[in-house]
Design a protein around this ligand. Structure first.
Ligand code: SF4
Length: 330
């Protein structure tokens, strides 16, 4: 009987998100300050061998799915080599990546050949001006080209993660819905969460999942897709006329923490049991001090035993983590 990581709320943890760098070639306003961040020094970033060792240990504890994130994972030097190393880890059944898509046109083929099967592309707007406003970069066309390239190499539909922010992108819901109806893309609308470096998040900027569905449904009727026990964060809806699907990740208005199956490894080797954790377990320092795989496994098991019941965004006691999204990974 293979080991299973089960937390104190009875949730089985089988999904590890691995941030391979805190660096990024974008400067999204809900993630990084304009002037950028003080990035983690190179020597403090986990090496490919260290990441692979920790994923090996985690797979022995029942982790079967990994998602590679950043910052922006594709900016890490020789990234396809890491993908190839992780693709060889026994027990890892599924490996996906979340990317801003900028380098996807150039790297899609190499990443596929290295063993990557799925990609999620973060794209919050289809309007070049809004894109510049949100990312502080003029790269929309490169991202759209990257998406097109991805269609040839990765599992379809390609998932597009669109953070919906009132006052920025709420007028583009139908444009994105049209994209889901006309391209092999599953558009997943994500509610805006308080993880920004400038701590400027406010609840009235949150476009709730209910609102998004109602507005699209009024034009193109939608019906919920049965979840069949899947513990993926997104609620799925298909267009009644059968042309495409959209997803909803309503983390703020309809939290799904009760079925959370995820933990995270930061680029500098800290284990986080929740996106909004206020504490972390340092795996890098003991690893570099020469502890055994069993010792590291014990540290992961005891961290999961302390995994939070959920985020407290809707609770007056909520404290935003010091780490920004770019240093945690989506
Ligand atoms: S907020 Fe934390 S507990 Fe809730 S789903 Fe996300 S990672 Fe899991």
């Amino acid at each position: 009987m293979s080991y299973q990581l089960i937390d104190s709320y009875g949730r089985t943890i089988n999904n590890l998100r691995v941030s391979v760098t805190d660096q990024c070639n974008f400067r999204c306003i809900y993630c990084m300050p304009a002037e950028g961040m003080v990035f983690v020094p190179r020597e403090e970033i986990l090496t490919f061998e260290e990441i692979t060792r920790l994923v090996h240990i985690a797979s022995g504890l029942g982790i079967s799915k990994i998602r590679l994130t950043g910052g922006e994972p594709t900016v890490r030097k020789d990234f396809p080599l890491l993908v190839r190393m992780l693709a060889g880890v026994p027990g890892i059944r599924d490996m996906a990546m979340t990317t801003n898509g900028f380098l996807l046109k150039k790297m899609a083929r190499d990443l596929r050949e290295a063993g990557l099967k799925r990609v999620n592309v973060s794209l919050d707007t289809l309007n070049p001006e809004t894109f510049k406003q949100l990312t502080r970069r003029d790269y929309l066309s490169q991202v759209l080209e990257g998406l097109e390239e991805a269609e040839h190499y990765f599992r379809l539909p390609i998932k597009v993660n669109a953070v919906a922010i009132r006052g920025y992108t709420d007028d583009e819901l139908l444009d994105f819905a049209l994209l889901a109806r006309t391209k092999p893309y599953q558009i997943r609308f994500i509610e805006y969460m308080p993880l920004d470096a400038d701590h400027r998040w406010s609840r009235d900027q949150v476009l709730t999942g209910r609102e998004i569905i109602e507005r699209i449904n009024a034009v193109w009727p939608l019906e919920p897709v049965r979840r069949n026990g899947s513990r993926e964060p997104a609620d799925l809806f298909r267009f009644v006329d059968g042309t495409g699907e959209i997803g909803l990740i309503a983390s703020v208005s309809e939290p799904f923490c009760g079925s959370c199956n995820r933990i995270r490894l930061t680029a500098d080797g800290k284990l986080r049991t929740c996106l909004f954790s206020l504490w972390e377990t340092d795996l890098k320092t003991p690893m570099r001090m020469g502890v055994t795989d069993d010792d590291l496994a014990e540290m992961i098991i005891s961290a999961v035993a302390r995994k939070e019941p959920g985020h407290l965004i809707n609770d007056p006691s909520f404290v935003q983590p010091e780490r920004t999204m770019s240093a945690i990974g989506g």
